[in-house]
Ligand binder design. Structure first.
Ligand SMILES: C[S@@+](CC[C@H](N)C(=O)[O-])C[C@H]1O[C@@H](n2cnc3c(N)ncnc32)[C@H](O)[C@@H]1O
Length: 270
């Protein structure tokens, strides 16, 4: 039977309405996941030495504390930035997987997989790279900027791979898309079986950890993909690694601030 113009119009109107509804539901789901991941829903208290074990909504918005039980410490603004850039590369068909180097309890990687899940993306992986034992002791001879760095002394930063997997599973997001790279970045990243990346999120805090990730992975980032650096605004050695790398590689892509702590840039040249 030939459809009337009105029927066709109604169907396309229905399709548009369904697409709009789907978009709204996707946003609601991802907003809820974000609030859950950073401990906004249950007002999870802090556990770091400088926040007095209280819940401070501003610290949580800007990712300025170490939550006692929440699955990410990056705060709402950086989580929203990650969600929006991950969504953008999918919508703009920028090829490549997503990676975070330095995952702690896994929350930012869980968000990347949640975004992929909402698009039913079967062509991208989420790489979860960490020692799962905390940060390395500084190699001050090779990286003088890390001299005196005390991150490795904080047991709160050492989260086992089993715990991170359990966190993914709690959201129903431990699936075939997720790949773990366990070990120090200097050992795992150079030969990691990653072909292309669309999101390269660095959260290893130190000069060494930031530089190792950039050196191993930047060339695998697609043109149009994003580098996100979590600690640029607050950890001078991390900022120096980024500046040194950009200078060595003559990268002039503008740096965009996220929240006074995190930054990102979009790769425009090989
Ligand atoms: C600040 S935490 C990451 C926070 C996390 N992105 C989140 O969403 O809450 C830093 C993580 O980097 C890891 N890390 C730092 N340097 C590393 C290195 N060189 N090799 C392996 N893991 C490293 C630590 O084990 C720790 O889990």
């Amino acid at each position: 039977m030939v459809k009337s113009i009105k029927q066709i119009f109604n169907n396309s109107k229905n399709r548009a309405a369904s697409a709009a509804k789907l978009k709204k539901l996707r946003e609601l789901y991802l907003e809820t996941i974000a609030k859950c991941l950073i401990g906004l829903i249950y007002k999870d208290r802090s556990q770091d030495p400088w926040n007095g074990q209280k819940y401070d909504p501003r610290a949580r918005e800007y990712g300025l504390d170490w939550p006692a039980t929440a699955h990410s410490m990056i705060g709402l603004k950086r989580m929203e930035n990650l969600r929006s850039l991950a969504t953008r590369v999918i919508e703009e068909n920028i090829p490549g997987d997503f990676i975070e180097t330095g995952v702690w309890r896994g929350g930012a990687c869980i968000m990347m997989n949640a975004v992929l899940e909402t698009f039913e993306a079967s062509d991208r992986l989420v790489w979860v790279a960490d020692s799962f034992e905390g940060l390395p002791k500084p190699s001050s001879d090779k990286y003088p900027a890390d001299r005196g760095d005390l991150h490795h002394t904080h047991a709160e930063l050492a989260i086992s791979i089993e715990e991170v997997k359990a966190n993914f599973a709690a959201y129903g997001l431990l699936n075939e898309r997720v790949r773990f790279l366990k070990g120090w970045f200097k050992d795992t990243l150079p030969n990691a079986p990653i072909e292309k990346l669309a999101i390269l999120r660095l959260d290893g805090d130190m000069y060494e950890s930031t530089m190792d990730a950039l050196v191993s992975l930047y060339d695998r980032l697609s043109i149009g993909g994003y580098v996100i650096v979590d600690d640029y605004g607050v950890v001078p050695s991390c900022q120096k690694a980024v500046s040194d790398f950009r200078e060595q590689r003559a990268i002039a892509d503008p740096i965009c601030d996220i929240d006074g702590t995190g930054i990102f840039w979009r790769k425009t040249k090989a």
